[in-house]
Write a protein that binds this ligand. Structure first.
Ligand code: PLP
Length: 461
């Protein structure tokens, strides 16, 4: 296969030896899960809450580039990136070097006690690379959910209004407020209420399931619903994922985001883009809002920000970000120095390895292969996404009826054949691909071959 110029290994290493020293291969050593993973899993059952579930019960020993190796020596092709986190690869040498150097200096001071440079540098970076050529400020947190909560706090303080509009199929996290914002009941919300009040749900533009309604028409319906049921004067914020993640990689129709953002602007409502899953080159742009020429007032980031170290951020217009009282935002660990230097190194990799373009290139390869599957098999109802964030929605042949059992069978088959693959979708019938952006193209192709085999072999029938 032709290797594109942007392929990581074709570039000089930044500081270490390329993106990984692990052999970039798929190889299964024997039974799966193997004996060591099985042993860990027995201990886990006796020690870890059963409520914390896992996709496949193999225990990680090492990961890098496009592979994950388990404790039994099985080497998997990684189509998950730890849920869109390790876009630059796990333990990429530049990130490892930066974190090691910081470890030798200090591990924690708490930015609210004695601040440090890397936090400021991450804020400067985010202010520069997020969409919108206006004065911005940033605050750092630990997780996507925590950052989403803070974005809502900031929007409420700035507007003096209580209400928030979120969307069907939305996923914003698992804390109390973000559960309220999240759409799907099982497994995220059931039995965990009561939830935070003043959250209103609006219909999402979902071209595969709404008859291909235009973005303008879908936005008009949302706006009419807000005006009749909430009132702009009560609405602090509209929050949405420019491409929905857990909800099923739903790409709204062109114009949907723009219309909502411009209505929000005209009505003093803060427009919040939750780019926790879509951010940092994943979709073939630094941020997915760029595909729609939308400049969110606030943008929430996490997952792909720091190559796996826990970090999250809210970035946005200076006057909004500065609205809360002094000391109104913060947290003990928010903007931990190890995570901050990892974010800086990770972003250097994105730029120096051309990973925005690489995401687009990977997307072309994936799209072509999944489209071929779709034309050969009527159970592949839809193929959608952008860049290296692509999914197929599976249905009963020729209908819109979701087929979650098929999606589960596809994912199981992939796992048994050495490919880590995830499901998503409110209806559980979407198979999604989130490969590391540094994956070898040949390895990507091999993983896609496995996916094709599921359908061809009847392994999923
Ligand atoms: C994962 C995710 C979150 C929550 O992030 P955590 O770090 O798990 O709290 C919020 N929004 C979106 C879009 C996500 O994908």
């Amino acid at each position: 296969m032709n290797l594109p110029e942007t392929l990581a290994v074709a570039r000089p290493p930044l500081t270490g030896g390329g993106t990984t020293s692990l052999p970039q291969i798929r190889s299964l050593a024997g039974a799966m899960p193997g004996p060591r993973s099985t042993e860990w899993d027995d201990r886990r059952r006796r020690s870890v809450s059963a409520a914390v579930s896992t996709t496949l019960p193999v225990y990680a020993a090492a990961a890098g580039g496009g592979v994950l190796v388990d404790v039994d020596g099985n080497s998997f092709i990684d189509f998950a990136s730890g849920i869109a986190v390790t876009s630059v690869g796990s333990s990429a040498p530049p990130v490892v070097d930066a974190v090691k150097a910081q470890l030798d200096q200090f591990t924690h001071t708490c930015f609210m006690v004695t601040p440090y440079g890397p936090y400021v540098e991450v804020a400067e970076l985010l202010n520069r690379i997020t969409p919108g050529d206006f004065d911005k400020r940033t605050a750092l947190f630990n997780s996507g959910a925590e950052a989403v909560e803070n974005a809502v706090k900031i929007a409420r303080r700035y507007t003096g209004r209580p209400a928030v509009v979120a969307f069907d199929h939305a996923y914003h996290g698992r804390t109390n407020l973000t559960m309220a914002l999240t759409a799907r009941n099982q497994p995220y919300k059931s039995g965990f209420g009561p939830f935070a009040p003043e959250v209103y749900r609006a219909p999402m533009s979902y071209p595969f399931r709404d008859g291909g309604r235009s973005g303008q028409a879908a936005a008009a319906q949302v706006i009419a619903g807000i005006e009749s049921q909430v009132g702009a004067e009560n609405l602090a914020a509209i929050i949405l994922e420019p491409i929905q993640g857990e909800g099923g990689f739903i790409v709204p129709a062109d114009g949907f985001l723009r219309e909502l953002a411009s209505w929000a602007r005209a009505n003093g409502v803060v427009f919040i883009a939750d780019e926790v899953q879509t951010g940092f080159a994943r979709t073939g742009a630094m941020f997915a809002s760029e595909h729609e020429q939308v400049e969110p007032d606030l943008i929430v980031t996490a997952k792909g920000i720091a190559a796996g170290l826990p970090l999250a951020a809210v970035t946005g217009r200076q006057e909004i970000m500065d609205a809360p009282q002094r000391g109104g935002l913060g947290g003990t660990y928010g903007g931990n120095p190890l995570a901050c230097v990892a974010a800086l190194a990770s972003h250097r990799m994105i730029e120096e390895y051309g990973l925005v373009d690489r995401a687009r290139r990977l997307g072309e390869v994936v799209f072509e292969r999944l489209r071929a599957l779709q034309s050969a098999d009527p159970r592949v109802g839809d193929v959608r996404g952008r860049g290296a964030m692509i999914a197929m929605e599976l249905v009963k042949a020729g209908t819109l009826e979701p087929d979650a059992a098929l999606a589960e069978a596809v994912v199981d088959f992939a796992h048994r054949h050495g490919v880590i693959l995830l499901r998503c979708g409110t209806l559980g019938n979407v198979v999604r691909l989130l490969p590391p952006l540094v994956i070898d193209e040949s390895l990507l192709g091999e993983g896609l071959d496995v996916l094709a085999d599921v359908f061809a072999s009847g392994g999923a029938r």
